[in-house]
Design a binder for this molecule. Structure first.
Ligand code: 5AD
Ligand code: SF4
Length: 486
């Protein structure tokens, strides 16, 4: 793992988690264990899989050995993702055998971007797998499972994204009996940009936007259930477009204005954006909408014009600086985050210095950096002058040191200031409640647990390694939920 801190990337970082849903009463419960790798879109997809399986009588379990169905929702963005999945499948084969001896059947499915990229090869190399299904087929999970249940090894990697959007199961009201305060909402999937290092256009397919109607409907349902913060997801979220209520084509800025009208949605975020698609309307939305949080993940990947060109990023470093200036003009307190790749083929020391210089000039609140990893089938993998691993390692350390210093400086600059926190759960120590700042930092606040679910003003008192500490501000203002039905 090479990233600097928590995951905020659009296409992956191996962060495993599990989705959950509850089964309607009176159904004969079977158990599903979903292991999620990678980006927030996989987290969202895993939850939709759990939702789609609930009417089939599946409830989620966190204990893999109890599961009748095990799904690995995989990520293919960097490194030996497929190899990791094959070793995980080796472990699961033993588990499946042990359960079979106890008279229990286990079905194993591989979903996500490795499933899309490897397809049939997975069933060939790991016959333990009953079902291989790509990201655009999740709405058909019950039918695919039924087919797999007849003993047929099912491989489904068609691109039928419009269908998926139309049939996506509705988000569950509550997970494990707890009201969700924050939620992801996929608005766009796929990518047409074809950056030469990136596998996403091949695993997630072409750029497709969900309709305004679907998105607003899902956001309203989330708000009615007490969700106060929604993060719009897309591999290229600011390429989103759709037909608005006024018959015109809307971009993300207009969509955000519409979502800001929904009562109860106090906080809006979106990720991940491409510099080329930050249009004036979106920048103005940052100026005008208090709900739109002042934290923007805007990957640039490199500070060298030569490397940006070789990466097919379609903009220069100067264009990125100008864009940052416009964003900061619109929203002076904007905290910026980014992604960087070191060691793209042909990257010289001078190119890397340009990246360091760009980071110095922009000043990030947080950022993620990775060693270039050649992805099968991408143009970058075939380029000459692949950079030796020891050179990449040295560059990565230098860049990460700078980013860590910037992150610490940003956190320290907040001490003594006031900001709002959405309280989400009990804190690390008794007497503390944990939430997130507008800048997405975890904050531990000395406050009563009754504030969970509320947004209140706090004063930042100190910084930890990954979080901030705070107390309720004098005369703090609690923004009570307006539409929560819990
Ligand atoms: N090698 C290294 N990093 C990559 N990323 C995407 N593809 C690769 C690759 N082949 C990084 C980019 C992207 C983030 C999600 O992952 O920085 O923004
Ligand atoms: Fe990959 Fe580039 Fe598309 Fe982002 S914009 S998903 S890095 S191809």
């Amino acid at each position: 793992m090479t990233e600097n801190s928590r995951s905020a990337d659009h296409a992956g970082d191996s962060q495993a988690g599990s989705a959950s849903a509850s089964v309607p009463e009176g159904t004969n419960a079977r158990r599903v264990f979903v292991k999620t790798y990678g980006c927030q879109m996989n987290v969202y997809d895993s939850e939709r899989m759990a939702d789609a399986l609930a009417p089939e009588g599946y409830e989620t379990t966190q204990a893999v050995e109890d599961a009748d169905l095990i799904i690995l929702n995989t990520c293919h963005i960097r490194e030996k993702a497929a190899e990791k999945i094959y070793s995980e499948l080796g472990r699961l084969r033993k588990l499946k055998d042990a359960r079979a001896e106890a008279g229990k059947a286990t079905m194993i499915g591989v979903a996500g971007c490795v499933a899309q990229a490897e397809g049939q090869e997975i069933s060939r190399r790991a016959p333990v797998v009953d079902l291989v299904f790509g990201p655009q087929t999740y709405h058909r999970l019950p039918e695919l499972l039924a087919r797999a249940g007849t003993g047929e090894a099912v491989v489904e990697t068609e691109f039928e994204i419009e269908e998926k959007f139309r049939h996506l199961a509705k988000p569950a009201a509550a997970r494990d009996g707890k009201r969700a305060l924050t939620a992801f909402l996929t608005v766009q999937e796929g990518c047409d940009k074809f950056c030469t290092f990136c596998v996403v256009p091949y695993t997630r397919g072409a750029e497709v936007s969900r309709s305004v109607e679907q998105i607003v409907g899902e956001a309203e349902r989330l708000a009615a259930r007490g969700v106060r913060e929604v993060t719009l997801l897309g591999q290229n979220v600011n390429a989103w477009h759709g037909e608005g209520a006024d018959g015109r084509t809307w971009g993300l800025g207009e969509l955000l204005r519409r979502l800001a009208e929904i009562e109860g949605l106090d906080r809006l975020r979106y990720t991940t954006s491409h510099p080329r698609d930050m249009d004036a309307e979106l920048i103005e939305a940052h100026r005008d909408l208090p709900q739109l949080m002042p934290y923007l993940h805007l990957p640039v990947q490199s500070g060298s014009d030569r490397i940006l060109k070789a990466m097919n990023r379609k903009h220069t470093r100067e264009a990125y600086f100008r864009l940052i200036d416009r964003i900061r003009e619109a929203r002076p307190d904007m905290a910026l985050s980014g992604d960087f790749i070191v060691g793209f083929p042909g990257e010289t020391d001078a190119d890397f210095r340009d990246t360091m210089d760009l980071v110095e000039r922009v000043g990030y609140a947080s950022a993620f950096s990775f060693k270039y990893s050649p992805r099968p089938g991408t143009p970058g993998a075939k380029l000459p002058d692949q950079v030796p691993d020891d050179v990449m390692t040295a560059r990565l350390h230098e860049l990460q040191d700078l980013i860590t210093r910037q992150q610490k400086a940003f956190n320290a600059s907040l001490v003594g200031s006031v900001c709002e926190v959405l309280f989400e759960k009990p804190g690390r120590n008794p007497g503390q409640v944990a939430g997130r700042s507008p800048f997405l930092q975890p904050v531990q606040v000395e406050a009563p647990e009754s504030l969970i679910g509320e947004i209140a003003t706090v004063e930042i008192t100190g910084t930890g390694s990954n979080s901030l500490f705070a107390r309720l501000a004098t005369g703090h203002n609690v923004k009570v939920a307006t539409s929560a039905s819990a």
